[in-house]
Write a protein that binds this ligand. Structure first.
Ligand code: PLP
Length: 379
């Protein structure tokens, strides 16, 4: 019998059991420092470089274009800071719905760069015509920084088109791919990005490890300074076991990608339709046809208790989130939701799925939501 469901996979995903096995094996047996030149260091270095090769192969890029970091946040910070401080970028073209690791970092650079927030379509995607016009009208050296998919509502960008337009206009282009890495096909051969950020814990890997993609021959300065790890581009002894786990997690996540995406889209559609038929005034922030398969953002009708809803869902055994989990506890309204016309009395809840969820769990959650409505109307 189902008593609890985990629908907060956009915040983090459970670690795949085979990934745990790889991490355990690495922690147990490969204890050398990859920078040491003796046999033990060489074993560690071999696993490090093998992990890099695996990731590069999946993403159709060179291993030397992958740099390991501590998380998606560090990757985004390092890329934006390099663009402004070392690559001559004087204008950032971004969106008002980026994750705080991009949004707040852009704000930090506002004293020495111009920031332009790109116009969004109704579904939360970037208006590409407007982007092209903005780039054509800019005389500055630009960096376009647009997320592949938004973490709060699942809005999807045509990142291939965006990257092509940026390159045609001589701009650098970065994408925060934290929500899509391992969930959508990504090839850096096809998508002419200069930079991308990813994080293992969003695709059933461990927390506290990520990577950045930096297209050659772009040369960066280390954001974290110290030793010469990562060919001098990111100091600090590598988190080897987690890096090996991340590479394996990406292999698993991409081996049946199309099948998994169809499965997830099916789950998401089922929840959407069931919610709509049970609660006809419910609305959705995630676009029906064009949004990330893992994210369903729901605008609850005013009959639900806006302030208590997340707590009530938790009490009913449903783990989900309102706005971005990354900033929960900060008690600040979501800067993402602020961009959309959401009535004051409505609560927006994000249900986010993984391939380890199933239809029965969705039915359980919708039934529990029905109980909540009954309980609130009998009060
Ligand atoms: N970018 C996006 C779109 C995210 O959703 C998140 C985390 O939720 C991050 C960046 C930050 O990743 P990390 O948790 O690895 O720092």
């Amino acid at each position: 019998m189902i008593t609890k469901v985990y629908f907060d996979n956009a915040a983090t995903t459970p670690v795949h059991k085979d990934v745990i096995a790889v991490i355990t094996e690495s922690l147990s047996n490969i204890y050398g420092n990859p920078s040491s030149s003796h046999f033990s260091g060489r074993d560690a270095k071999a696993q490090l470089e093998e992990s890099r090769r695996k990731i590069a192969k999946i993403l159709s890029c060179k291993p030397s274009e992958i740099f390991f970091t501590s998380c998606g946040t560090e990757s985004n910070n390092a890329i934006l800071s390099n663009a402004v401080n070392h690559l001559g970028v004087t204008k950032l073209l971004t969106t008002a719905i980026e994750h705080p690791s991009v949004f707040n970092t852009c704000q930090i650079h506002a004293h020495n760069t111009k920031i332009e927030y790109l116009e969004l379509n109704k579904d939360g995607s970037v208006n590409i015509e407007n982007l092209e016009k903005s780039l054509q009208a800019s005389s500055e050296k630009c960096l376009v920084s647009v997320m592949h998919a938004n973490n709060e509502m699942g809005a999807l960008n045509d990142i291939e088109k965006i990257a092509k337009i940026a390159k045609e206009n001589n701009a650098y282009v970065h994408s925060d791919m934290v929500q899509t890495m391992g969930h959508m096909p990504i090839s850096f051969e096809k998508i002419p990005l200069d930079f991308a950020a990813a994080s293992a814990h969003k695709f059933h890997g461990p927390k506290g490890v990520g990577f950045m993609y930096i297209r050659q021959p772009i040369a960066i300065q280390p954001f974290i300074t110290g030793g010469s790890q990562e060919r001098g581009n990111r100091s600090g002894t590598e988190n080897l076991a987690s890096i090996a786990g991340m590479a394996h997690a990406l292999e698993i996540a991409t081996e049946n990608l199309e099948k998994d995406m169809n499965y997830l889209n099916g789950l998401k559609l089922h929840m959407r339709e069931k919610l709509k038929s049970n609660f006809p005034t419910i609305e959705f922030l995630s676009d029906k046809d064009h949004s990330l398969c893992t994210v369903l953002s729901v605008i609850f009708p005013k009959e639900f208790d806006k302030e208590m809803l997340l707590f009530q869902l938790d009490m009913k055994g449903i783990a989900c989130s309102g706005g971005s989990a990354c900033s929960s506890g900060a008690n600040k309204g979501s800067h993402v939701l602020a961009q959309f016309d959401i009535p004051e009395d409505r609560k927006v809840v994000r249900f986010s799925f993984s391939k380890f969820n199933n239809i029965d769990e969705i039915d359980f959650a919708v039934d529990k939501i029905g109980e909540l409505l009954q309980e609130s109307s009998s009060r």
